[in-house]
Design a protein around this ligand. Structure first.
Ligand code: NAD
Length: 477
């Protein structure tokens, strides 16, 4: 049983209500969390405000950076423990959980080092004036996060806000919040002042809605589905605060006839099965030039057939998906595509011996998927890859930009001119050339356009989001 973490302490929550958390690998309850209410959110926001106006707000940027860096070292000290918690909570294979904790530590290292490097500038203005542009924290930032990469999301979203000097309130996903709670305790142990980091667990429509509507919050950072993102943005509009939305994707991998197939094939497979396809930036569409389609997809199919889903300890290509609802969602896409007669090019398998109650799905590769089909337009958030042929460069760009999303894309070609043309024309916040994903990409600005959201996280770009720019005009004569 876990509690909220408010003002440096575990607290039970005002309502006393709790909810079960199931281990996705077994489907069995392994703990309960407190169900946060508007009153708990209010307590957390007040604690954050007090920290911002008190001990946390008084720290210099260098002091904040040192604390954040110390938390990174603490994460490395607790590496195995955190990886096990993350694997139990999300069901992900241990290798993925370890990679996630490594990336989490990297966020603390990066933003610890970056905290005192957000410099302002001077603008040459009229004679007799000195104009300084400086960057200040918003104050209290609210963070609502999903269940797919809970520890990494803590590192990505909260740490950039903290580096800028904001005090934070987090509402993690109800399905997986154990690493966030642990990280908050580790932060206290390395010396973060009480109230700098607050966590209220519980349901989205209660605790999450209360956080995004709270008038004591100065900025909201939301990562999750477009449907909830819309609600959060509406709530922010009511009290006229800015927000970043990191939403979903339907990211294309565009493979031209001159691509290095040996390099591309395993990466195309990995980009859809990593984290069991529950990655906003999953490469969920593969677009292949028509006259090499059969050859390329034949090689992908060979790899895909080898894919296995199993428990965290089995440490295979995929784990289970997060819950029964998500398994039903993935299955409905697969069933509908089969019923529509879309060919299954290849299937992986669920490993023998997985617990009966676990939420396992079979990795599935469909192609050729008709244009306009659900598999082209909608995010599955599972290990389901959709393949499409295209004729030429113009057709590839049209197909790549055919969805409302715009998060990540990859272009596979040896032609330097085409690499640049396609990278510039494709609608996405990040484009990879002859590669995909970048080991967490802590340093790289990340975010979407259109239905994938707006605002940027990661890198120095996140620090700008979590800051207010102030121009000080001094007439000195
Ligand atoms: P979700 O939108 O259902 O939930 C995300 C968070 O919002 C959870 O903490 C949830 O409790 C909360 N929430 C739910 N209802 C709310 C409400 N009415 N008001 C405020 N908060 C509320 O998403 P999910 O199912 O947890 O995650 C899957 C989605 O997240 C996918 O669409 C995926 O693409 C997206 N995602 C995006 C990124 C990114 O960086 N772009 C990263 C991870 C996941």
């Amino acid at each position: 049983m876990t509690q909220h973490f408010i003002n440096g302490r575990h607290v039970a929550g005002r309502s006393g209500e709790t909810m079960a958390v199931l281990a996705p690998a077994t489907g069995e309850e392994f703990t309960r969390i407190a169900c946060g209410t508007a009153e708990d959110i209010d307590d957390a926001v007040k604690a954050a405000r007090a920290a911002y106006e008190g001990a946390w707000g008084r720290l210099t940027a260098a002091e904040r950076g040192r604390l954040i860096a110390k938390l990174g070292l603490k994460v490395l000290d607790h590496f195995d423990e955190l990886a096990k918690i993350e694997a139990q909570d999300t069901g992900k294979p241990m290798a993925q959980a370890r990679a996630d904790i490594d990336a989490t530590a990297r966020y603390f290292e990066f933003y610890g080092g970056a905290a005192d490097k957000v410099h302002g500038h001077i603008i040459p203005f009229l004679n007799g004036y000195n104009v300084n542009v400086i960057h200040e924290p918003h104050g209290v930032t609210g963070h609502i996060l999903p269940w797919n990469y809970p520890a990494q999301m803590f590192g990505r979203s909260l740490t950039a806000a903290l580096a800028m000097g904001n005090a934070v309130v987090l509402k993690p996903a109800e399905e997986a919040c154990q690493t966030a709670l642990r990280l908050a305790v580790l932060a206290s142990e390395v010396g973060f002042p009480d109230g700098a980091i607050n966590i209220v667990t519980g349901r989205g429509h209660e605790a999450g809605a209360a956080l995004s509507a709270h008038h004591g919050v100065d900025f909201m950072s939301f990562t999750g589905s477009p449907e909830v993102g819309r609600m959060v943005q509406h709530a922010c509009a009511e009290h006229l605060i800015p927000c970043t939305l990191e939403l979903g994707g339907k990211s294309p991998q565009i493979v031209f006839d001159d691509a290095d197939f040996d390099v591309a094939v395993p990466i195309v497979c990995k980009a859809i099965v990593q984290n069991t396809g529950q990655t906003c930036s999953a490469g969920s569409r593969v677009l292949v030039q028509s006259h090499v389609y059969d050859e390329f997809m034949g090689a992908v199919a060979k790899e895909f057939t080898k894919l296995r889903a199993g428990t965290p300890e089995m440490d295979l290509d995929c784990g289970p998906v997060i819950n029964a609802r998500q398994r039903g969602r993935v299955q409905s896409f697969v069933d509908q595509a089969r019923e529509a007669g879309i060919p299954v090019i290849a299937e992986g398998a669920i490993a023998q011996g997985v617990p009966n109650g676990g939420f396992y799905v079979t990795p599935t590769l469909f192609g050729k998927v008709p244009r306009g089909n659900r598999l082209e337009q909608e995010e599955v958030f599972g290990p389901v890859l959709a393949a499409f042929p295209f004729s030429d460069e113009a057709d590839a760009i049209k197909l790549a930009n055919s969805t409302e999303y715009g998060l990540v894309a990859a272009v596979w070609t040896r032609d330097g001119g085409r690499q640049q043309r396609v990278a510039k024309k494709v609608r996405a916040g990040q484009v990879f050339i002859n590669g995909y994903g970048a080991g967490g990409g802590i340093e790289l600005p990340f975010g979407g356009t259109g239905k994938s959201g707006h605002g940027r996280e990661k890198g120095f770009a996140a620090l700008e989001e979590f800051a207010v720019t102030k121009t000080i005009v001094h007439k000195h004569g």
